[in-house]
Design a protein around this ligand. Sequence first.
Ligand code: PRX
Length: 708
Amino acid sequence: MGIEPISTLLHENRKFPPAPAAASGFSRWHIASMDEYRQLHKKSLQDPEGFWASEAGCLSWFRRWDKVLDWNPPDAKWFLGAQLNACFNCVDRHVQSGHGDQIALIWEGEPVGPQTSHPSPGSAYAKEPEIRRLTYRDLQIETSKVANVLRRLGVKKGDVVTIYMPMVPELAIAILACARIGAAHSVIFGGFAPHAITERVTDANSRIIITADGGYRRGEAVALQKNVEEAIGQLANTGHIVNHILVLKRTGHEPPSQRFHSGHAPAAIGASPTKFHWWHEIEALVSDACPCEPMDSEDMLFLLYTSGSTGKPKGILHTTGGYLTYVNTTCRLAFNMIPDSGQIFWCSADIGWVTGHSYVLYGPLMNRVPTLMYEGAPNFPSFPGGKGDRFWDIIARHRVTQFYTAPTAIRTFMKWGEELPARHDLSSLRLLGTVGEPINPEAWIWYHEHIGRKQCPIVDTYWQTETAGHICTPLPGAIPTKPGSCTLPMLGIDAAVVNEQGEELPANKGGLFVIRKPWPGMLRGVYGNRERFISNYWSRVKDPASSTPYYFSADGARRDEDGYFWIQGRIDDVIKVSGHLLGTMEVESALVSHPMVAEAAVVGMPHDIKGNAICAFVTIKSKWFADNPGQQPGEELRKQLAAHVAKEVGALARPDQVRFAEGLPKTRSGKIMRRLLRDVAAGVEKITQDTTTLEDFSVVAKLRADEE
Ligand code: PRX
């Protein structure tokens, strides 16, 4: 992969200075000026061990560390010799300090009103949605029960528990229950297809899956358990045995007796040795007391699979002490979290992604600020045209103070029109955040004006599954913002834009985004694959003087004359679609698994709402032409292929365009010329107006052969 030329040198000169805390509705800023930020940042890089030791002091440790950092590039160990527990830090210590009756988690279910009705904008919903409020004490009891259930099912410290659930409080409880007994969780986003489950369960050698019969999304019950059953069916062929499935009853659409009796596999699974258990039945059998297991700081807390440039997802490994310290600090500073100050934090991400792990769950709970969780879609109930105002309704009813969402969602809201937020009282909001992809200045300004009433600071947080938490973000009381820039590095982060030789580039030169020093939240590995850990993150760039490897994020970036970072996007073969990372190879593998596809190449193309959409170029097997004499592949096959990808990978991978080609353009060495295909997909190269006919790339390919 070569460095892409930075084609969009965005010149955005608007600057928004931070307001005094009182004007933003906060009692104080944690960091209140640019000078303070600069001093602290400098200090944090000069004495990282001192800085992080002091940050780690915000957590509760069962045993203090002997040493803060052991750095053998690229391997870092943080807080050596120390012991702590993640669930204890999120839950029990707040009960012990007398805050057991405070609200920890507010949950709102999706269903409201008569589900078929379309209320007119602004009208009250016919029936209130289901809302649950759990205190820290409730969480202590619930996580203890589930922890005891897991123990009863044979789960031990260090085992990997797979979780495939809807956005319900039990998802948070399941995760924390794992942490309570020292089992690692591996959460799979509920939108993924069965194949994704088999892949992840096998890779993690996981023997237990926690799921639900279903979850609600846009008024439909999404059948999660069915997907798990299908995955178990597929696993039977691989010899990997899942011992237990724990099923939460959420939708209850099928009477349990027809599905399964506890202990027996449903009929669909046949003679599988897997045992099925209803959550509510087995939970009734266990005690509600379970102490938190002391874990070594470097014990695995979780795996979270993310797409890479090969077809197989990578199990990103995070450990306990460093992850919690980093998330606690970033959450407090970027969102200016202050307990007991009336804050209600809402991050709209699904817990199946890292944003949900760090900023729906661990970050707010550690900071003792109530976290809101919403089960469903922003357009349910929907107005004619598929628009919705559910998010604004939720913010108004729950008096949300900090709201964190993705640019793709903001662009959708823009399309739906500012009338929708305008009908709701959003005056409780004090701070807005965005994450997942670069935000276009137009969307930033819309968010600022129509959601933030021009009063809320916007934190554009740049980070990755691998980094655990924000690595570049404005600190709301200190750093002036510029629409589209994630501004400056987090405390303790030594970020730079460099060339292939590791030399820092002058202002406004595009290059590689790297981090030059270790930080507590950095990934500790790719599960079971040392080679991928090294080659993906630590092989591209080195310190030119010492040859120490730098962490490379796979993003292109530039810094402007103020030192602000502008992220240009991925320069590897992964695409961000609606803020979700997808490997082009994953989609290509799904396509070639279709009996009619000979070869496939997948690239991203610009899309107004999604940021990028998937464009797939496919060559069709001669069998298809033999079966359909005299015909050209057309709309029907195109739809079939798109549906096939959605079935194999998940709906989020469904290509927006499927284009048929006689052959794919390749270099003399046989490499697919992706840059050419990207240009074609983006409409730069108008090879043919009619994309239903086969595309002939030979002419352009010849022209480009020398460039690749
Ligand atoms: O390309 C960057 C983009 O998202 C990638 C990380 O994706 P993932 O691991 O799924 O984590 C998403 C949530 C943290 C990055 O390599 N990205 C994320 N946030 C931003 C961003 N690009 C620009 N600006 C951001 N604020």
